[in-house]
Design a binder for this molecule. Sequence first.
Ligand SMILES: [Zn+2]
Length: 145
Amino acid sequence: MMESKKEKSKKDWERILTKEQYQILREKGTDPPFKGKYWNHKDKGIYYCSGCGNPLFNSETKFESGTGWPSFYKPIEIDNISTKKDVSHGMERIEVLCNRCGGHLGHVFEDGPQPTGLRYCINSTSVNFCDLCCDFSKITQNFSK
Ligand SMILES: [Zn+2]
């Protein structure tokens, strides 16, 4: 089993995350469209969970969805995320969560491009981008404390 799955308390998360991150990741908030830092971001690299540093999406699978949120047609590893039926706000959607820390990432819809036909609609606040030459330890150092 993953040792990293240890539960953090509300207090721990409030200390680790910014106010915005806490609201999205832990309270299932949503970035306003066309406002997040990554919706129009085109650099090559990896998007990591901003709650725990879990690698989630590769820029190669990012596409222009026109929705105002970063959109990907597949995660780096299917096991790095989990999905859950979400019936909030009078809609039936599939919620996407980080499989390591349980943070809320966004939703997945079945209107994406091939090869998967899926559209992972992800909040910019839920991820941190790291280009291919950045120092990954900088992203993870906050999470080991
Ligand atoms: Zn995470």
